[in-house]
Design a protein around this ligand. Structure first.
Ligand code: ADP
Length: 304
């Protein structure tokens, strides 16, 4: 499902002129806080239009092609809000950077049942057909992407358990190899060989956001929760819900509404930490040793 519709520009100025008209220029640029990978800012144009821009080093354009493909996939399900994509490009004029432009989200007043509505819309996304997102297998995604700033491989597989082992846990354990002694390596090998004792194949595959923590759920233009900054792939819906619980969790109303949809299989709680082991290993590989004890706690839980 490579996205073909999004234009690519050789400079920020040419992108603005082409999308918003030759009379439009950037009047102000203000930084937006909150992201941890890219520079984010709000551009204000001469006609008053606001645009959201993410920028990174010139050689990191692939962050943005991957993000755009993810947002496009979420948007194609047609059941939940995402910002409208405008274009991406690299800019040589101002020192060399890559950028992604999208609609500026101006969160309106939240609807009254914000979290319950979000749970239902997320469940609808999890129930949307997935065949167009991955070919050659049921799980994965038609292009590789990133989880934070680290590459995420999405090679298609007909087994969710095998996909989660080969494309999620195994590469992260390998990148963290300097942390493991011989005893650890044996236990990690055992866990990977016995993953099917703990994880289950889903009843139906789901398009996942893939990095669903509270910073990636934003109040959208319709007062509902919109999704930003995804690391999409087709997998088990439980992995998205597990991620929401990793760093503080969402309000209870979200969980009771999501539970009613029946997408969590029995004993989800027994699998939750294994899904989050992937995210914690990624944090260990990105941010270092402070995540090691959480990783070890999960290993201890599943490997006696
Ligand atoms: P990063 O890729 O660095 O993690 P994010 O996608 O999380 O960056 O975005 C950084 C900040 O910008 C967040 O605080 C987020 O709420 C805000 N943001 C993201 N997309 C938009 C948008 N389209 N309009 C307005 N603000 C946005």
């Amino acid at each position: 499902m490579p996205i073909l519709s999004l234009p690519i520009f050789p400079s920020l100025d040419s992108a603005i002129a082409s999308i918003f008209g030759n009379n439009n220029r950037i009047l102000h640029t203000s930084p937006v806080a909150g992201g941890d990978i890219n520079e984010a800012c709000r551009l204000e144009l001469t006609d008053g239009t606001r645009v959201f821009m993410k920028a990174n080093r010139k050689d990191n354009l692939s962050f943005f092609t991957a993000e755009a493909a993810g947002l496009e996939a979420v948007s194609r399900t047609g059941v939940i809000g995402t910002p409208e994509l405008l274009c991406y490009g690299t800019d040589e004029d101002r020192g060399g950077f890559s950028f992604l432009l999208m609609e500026w989200i101006q969160g309106e007043r939240r609807i009254s049942n914000y979290w319950e509505t979000f749970a239902h819309q997320l469940a609808a996304m999890h129930r949307a057909p997935t065949q167009n997102f991955v070919s050659g297998g049921t799980y994965g995604f038609d292009q590789n992407n990133y989880i934070g700033a680290r590459p995420q491989t999405n090679t298609a597989n007909d087994s969710w358990v095998a996909f989660f082992r080969d494309c999620r846990l195994e590469p992260q354990f390998r990148s963290a190899e300097h942390y493991w002694g011989n005893g650890d390596l044996k236990r990690i090998g055992w866990l990977l060989d016995h993953l099917g004792d703990f994880l289950v194949e889903p009843e139906n595959p789901s398009l996942l956001h893939g990095d669903l923590w509270s910073g990636n759920v934003i109040e959208g233009n319709d007062g509902r929760a919109w999704l930003i900054d995804p690391a999409v792939y087709v997998g088990h819906a439980e992995a998205d819900i597990a991620m929401t619980e990793l760093f503080g969790g969402f309000p209870q109303g979200f969980y009771s509404a999501y539970r009613e949809t029946g997408l969590l299989q029995p004993d989800y709680e027994g699998r939750r930490d294994l899904y989050n082991l992937y995210q914690l290993l990624n944090h260990l590989n990105l941010f270092g040793r402070s995540y090691l004890s959480s990783v070890r706690r999960i290993l201890d839980k599943y490997v006696k």
